[in-house]
Design a protein around this ligand. Structure first.
Ligand code: KG4
Ligand code: ZN
Length: 394
């Protein structure tokens, strides 16, 4: 079946079409078309994402992104068909708070035929609520207009299933997940260890008590004068650092908060503050010092993530470790965790391709397929009770 998926939880407007088949045990996915518009350049000047600004941009971008995606998928058929009044009323109602979008959509649809897609999936939460609402309402309107089943999706479930995707046709072999599995979610808003007894059966067994790991990366970047989003920049500087002898101590040593705590929780706020004090006491931050601080910061992050993850694996007899979220684009983290396959007997480690680690719509399509298999698709005219949820839990 073909799934159209929409993601607007933060600062990316993304729409994709995937082809999905198979059961939970043997799912297969093919990316048919995928479009993403990033608002980074806009938010960069403010040092972070502004929800109302993000919403405004999503409103502007959604329809052009939809059109481009349908066109790439060969689903945009160029002939007119009239929209009946009933549907018009439905669309205007769900887009009550987005009159501009309703207007664009109704004009757009008059020109283009109902595309051959089977399901519409959309991110319901967590994320920035104003941004989430825009995508959610837009998806509801499309479902009414085209009379398609509607599937609301948890963004974090999207990150969990992102590693099931392979974009290269030659390696379309399905990835096998053996249970119990462990999810390690590393994003701008979350740092969580999730016990997965089976698909759809999640239990958070560890989480950050303060900042998320991506947030810590972004804040450290700001302290070092690097622009938002700082994660990739910190990671690049860390890569460029040439460490001395492995046994020699760094002049810029940082703490590993909660490394030895008996639970599976994390804390990154203290680490971030330690960088802040360190930076304050350095008279001149040279590029070399910045590289060394980034390297040491990444060391601290990796040490804590790794120790708690191994602990969770051993405690729960985990067969598959599934990593996801923007920070899993980090090369050092990818390499470190992939190595666990060799170190822990019988363990498979799944990590998304870097482009599917950060926010995208394809992962929402995959999670949407699972939710559809699980019988969670809604009638397009019965989506009224679905509300954007900025704090949605797995
Ligand atoms: O999953 P994501 O795209 O959005 C959220 O759902 O939050 O994650 C974004 C986070 C940002 O904090 C960004 O700095 C971080 O992921 N990030 C990275 C890297 N690429 C993105 N952090 C470290 N190394 C990277 N290469
Ligand atoms: Zn995300």
């Amino acid at each position: 079946m073909k799934i159209l998926s929409i993601e607007t939880s933060c600062d990316e407007t993304a729409i994709s079409v995937i082809e999905a088949k198979g059961s939970f045990k043997n799912p297969q996915f093919k990316i048919v078309a995928d479009t993403i518009i990033s608002q980074i350049n806009l938010h960069k000047q403010y040092g972070g994402v502004f929800p109302s600004l993000a919403k405004r941009e999503h409103t502007k971008n959604l329809l052009p992104v939809l059109k481009t995606t349908l066109k790439k998928a060969g689903l945009l058929l160029d002939f007119k068909f009239p929209v009946c009044n009933n549907k018009k009323v439905g669309v205007i109602k769900v887009l009550e708070r987005e009159p501009e979008l309703a207007n664009q959509l109704l004009n757009f649809d008059c020109k283009y035929k109902n595309p051959k897609i089977d399901v519409i999936a959309v991110t319901q939460g967590p994320g920035l609520e104003p941004a989430l609402w825009t995508g959610l309402n837009f998806a509801k309107a499309l479902a009414i207009l085209w009379n398609k089943p509607f599937v609301p999706v948890n963004h974090m479930e999207g990150h969990l299933v992102a590693s099931l995707l392979k974009s290269k046709v030659k390696s379309r072999k399905p990835k096998v997940v053996k249970f119990p599995a462990l999810g390690l979610l590393l994003s701008g808003g979350h740092t969580e260890l999730v016990l997965i007894k089976d698909w759809m059966k999640y239990k958070t067994i560890g989480q950050t008590r303060d900042d998320a790991v991506g947030e810590a990366y972004d804040k450290v970047a700001r302290m070092l004068g690097l622009k938002y989003p700082g994660g990739p920049k910190v990671s690049k500087l860390a890569e460029e650092h040439k460490p001395g002898h492995p046994t020699s101590k760094s002049e810029y040593e940082l703490p590993r908060p909660m490394l030895n705590s008996p639970d599976l929780d994390f804390s990154f706020s203290g680490l971030k503050t330690a960088v802040l004090y360190m930076v304050k006491n350095i008279p001149k931050l040279t590029p070399k010092i910045k590289r060394e601080i980034c390297f040491e910061f990444e060391n601290a992050v990796v040490d804590v993530l790794l120790k708690k993850t191994i602990k969770a694996i051993e405690k729960n007899n985990i067969k598959t470790l599934i990593i996801g979220g923007g920070v899993s684009a980090n090369k050092r983290i990818r390499k470190t965790f992939k190595k666990l396959e060799k170190e822990i007997d019988g363990l498979t480690v799944l990590i998304p391709e870097a482009k599917h680690s950060t926010d995208n719509a394809v992962m929402i399509g995959v999670a949407g397929y699972f939710r559809h298999l699980d019988g969670k698709a809604l009638d397009p005219n019965k989506t009224g009770r679905i509300k954007a949820d900025g704090n949605m839990r797995l």
